[in-house]
Design a protein around this ligand. Structure first.
Ligand code: GDP
Length: 679
């Protein structure tokens, strides 16, 4: 035995997995029959299991491509749906359910879909066959369906009925063959009757003479003839229903065998029984598969040549698999993280935290010192409170200013520096990771990109609380006492001067901008008006605002604020120059002292942030990535990842196609060589 069909079926499934051109298809047996002709019973008795969904209302909406594989190592039938990755199913009621659901996924309004369901059944009892169960072709013809749907169904069926497929036309013996819509359809696709096998079911329902006439049909002679079967024993015997699963088919075969034995003489010269049908199908399929070998060789060689050429031109023959692509991606990412760690270390961390604390210092100073109204504008409530202008002349041991600086300093040291610094650095790292990901091939892989970001967040979250706590603990002493030496004081005086200058620059530029947009004269009018009304600043004086809109008034107030702030900053800068040279004058120089506190907090916090958060992140994160991407993904997830990028998808798929064509071609050549040797 050449076992050609088996090998061709293997080749066929390789070619099917590549998809595409119809030319790649090898012959199948296409089963057609009108409703109740016994089509399901024939298919099921070939398989020896009940697996087709039942129901009168168009249950088959998609072609079922059924591959039967004879496997003598198996104890019983198993089914698989390769496209759904469902394998080794032994419960055929479950198979029936899956088929039903797959069919019902096509809405009734669409009637049919050309997307076939692939089902493989392996068993020691089935022959190697490839069969197609077509959607309710013929039953629909008669049904009350819109013309467009009918033609859609017809088109789909016609495609399957084309050469080189073999047509298995099922007709029931209790219906006149002249009315058999299966034979009518077969005749249309195969007028000479060269590729059609006629099956007459329900032989038991007619007398032997009528049956005999049907099996030797002269009106539509078929080269491969007709086969008579009894695929269900008559209900009166209730043989079939008394058994279940494979047992029922044993009963059916026994009944069929007994029936044909009993009517032996009437069927001389005809082909009858399911067993004979199976044999015939195998023989016919093997023959037409053999006929297809040579043309298939040509088609596959051409396709391979074309795929190889494309692969060379488009991808320079560069080998790529999903796994390789994933490994490359992880390596690139690790490299990018290493580069990032060189770019973002302790100095950068320090600069980031320092600038955040500088801002806090400015805010606190503004709140506690600068926002106080000048002497002339003091309101009743703040009457007793000295203004900033008075700070310059206040005696060095003035209690009021001592208390003020202590409160301002406490606001800074008790700000929650631990959490603030840890959040600041964590956020900065995450932003950098985002930028970094967008600079690698991962930008086109949202799924993995998110997984990496989650990994970064989880590494940072694990360290967050302990880092924040440690930082907070280490800055604790500053909450009680801050020692200052001359060198530190000098540096902070410099730094504070720089900050104030920058603040002054910003105020001036904001003021100039307002002046530019409103016009110098207009601004002057508004500010003069507001200054005259200074006791009412902040209120809307509807009747006496000289026609200035609330918007203009609010801009005017802003301009006044900026002007006053600039005056104050200039005054403080001058004071810093003249009176803040010595640390002994610290209560009169809050800007310098607070700057010094910010510097001390930064220095201490950075020590811990660097070790506890940053270095730990650079160590742990690449390992976490390796774990998440390199080890715990399934091959399907890796494939899904690689193919998310259209270019990579094209590359990998072309390579796979080339390899599969190559495999199919060598298998075809093996079979051809074997065939030659045997002939
Ligand atoms: P389908 O609609 O073409 O798939 O037909 P089925 O296989 O469902 O069969 C239709 C009906 O005919 C069912 O009630 C079967 O039990 C019955 N039937 C099928 N084959 C035979 C047979 O060989 N003999 C008898 N007596 N009944 C059969």
């Amino acid at each position: 035995m050449l076992n050609l069909t088996r090998q061709m079926i293997e080749i066929r499934s390789i070619l099917l997995s590549i998809g595409g051109s119809n030319a790649l298809r090898l012959p199948s047996i296409v089963v057609i029959g009108s409703q109740s002709s016994g089509k399901s019973s024939v298919l099921e008795s070939i398989v020896g299991q009940e697996f087709l969904p039942k129901g009168s209302n168009m249950v088959t909406r998609r072609p079922i491509e059924l591959t039967l594989v004879n496997d003598s190592t198996l104890a019983a039938e198993t089914a698989e749906f390769p496209a759904l990755k469902m394998y080794n199913m032994t419960d055929f009621q479950q198979v029936q359910k899956v088929l039903y659901e797959l069919n019902m996924s096509i809405p009734e309004t669409e009637a049919v879909s050309s997307d076939p369901i692939q089902l493989v059944i392996k068993s020691p009892k089935v022959p190697d066959l490839s069969l197609v169960d077509l959607p309710g072709y013929i039953q629909v013809e008669a049904a009350d369906q819109p013309v467009t749907l009918k033609s859609k169904i017809r088109e789909l069926c016609d495609r399957y009925l084309e050469e080189p497929n073999i047509i298995l036309a099922i007709s029931a013996a209790d219906v006149d063959l002249a009315n058999s819509s299966a034979l009518r359809a077969a005749k249309k696709a195969d007028p000479k009757g060269e590729r059609t096998i006629g099956v007459i079911t329900k032989i038991d329902l007619v007398d032997s003479e009528t049956a005999r006439k049907m099996l030797t049909n002269k009106k539509y002679p078929l080269k491969m003839g007709y086969v008579g079967v009894i695929t269900r024993p008559p209900p009166s015997t209730s043989l079939f229903r008394r058994h279940s699963g494979a047992q029922a088919f044993v009963a059916q075969q026994n009944f069929e065998r007994a029936y044909f034995k009993e009517h032996k003489d009437s069927f001389v010269g005809t082909t009858v029984s399911t067993k004979a049908l199976k044999k015939k199908l195998m023989k016919v399929l093997e023959r037409s598969m053999a006929n297809c070998l040579k043309p298939m060789h040509v088609v596959v060689s051409n396709e391979l040549e074309e795929a190889s050429y494309k692969y060379k031109v488009e991808f320079n023959d560069r080998d790529l698999t999903s796994e390789k692509y994933m490994a490359q991606t992880i390596d690139n990412l690790k490299l990018a993280i290493k580069e990032f760690s060189e770019r973002f270390g302790r100095p950068e961390l320090r600069a980031l935290l320092r600038s955040e604390l500088d801002q806090k210092v400015l805010d606190l100073i503004a709140l506690r010192y600068w926002n106080k109204p000048p002497v002339a504008n003091k309101s009743k409530e703040s009457e007793n409170e000295p203004s900033l202008d008075e700070l310059a002349t206040a005696p060095p041991n003035d209690n009021f200013w001592h208390r003020k600086l202590d409160i301002a300093t406490a606001s800074l040291t008790k700000l929650g520096v631990g959490r603030l610094a840890t959040t600041l650095i964590s956020d900065a790292i995450l932003t950098e990771i985002d930028v970094l990901l967008d600079n690698t091939e991962l930008r086109s892989h949202p799924m993995i990109k998110n997984a990496i970001k989650d990994a970064a967040v989880s590494v940072l979250t694990t360290r967050y609380n302990s880092t924040a706590e440690q930082v907070e603990n280490c800055i604790k002493p500053y909450k009680y006492e801050i020692e200052v030496d001359d060198r530190e004081w000098a540096l902070s005086r410099q730094h504070a001067t720089m900050l104030l200058k920058e603040e002054l620059k910003q105020c001036t530029s904001a003021y100039n901008q307002l002046k530019k947009t409103l016009g110098g004269n207009k601004l002057k009018q508004i500010t003069t008006y507001l200054e005259n009304e200074n006791n009412l600043v902040g209120q809307t004086i509807a009747n006496e605002n000289l026609g200035f809109s609330p918007g203009l008034l609010s801009r005017g107030r802003e301009a006044l604020f900026l002007k006053e702030r600039s005056r104050l900053l200039a005054m403080r800068l001058k004071f810093l120059q003249s009176d803040c040279k010595s640390k002994d004058n610290k209560y009169k120089c809050p800007e310098v002292f607070m700057d010094l506190v910010a510097e001390k907090l930064t220095q201490t916090a950075v020590l811990f942030l660097n070790v506890e958060l940053l270095s730990d992140f650079y160590y742990t994160f690449p390992r976490e990535l390796e774990k998440k991407l390199g080890q715990s993904l399934t091959p399907e997830q890796i494939e899904q990842f690689a193919k998310e990028d259209p270019k990579v998808k094209k590359h990998i798929e072309l390579q796979e196609r080339k390899e599969l064509l190559d495999l199919a071609l060598s298998k075809i050549e093996d079979v051809m060589a074997l065939q030659k040797r045997i002939v």
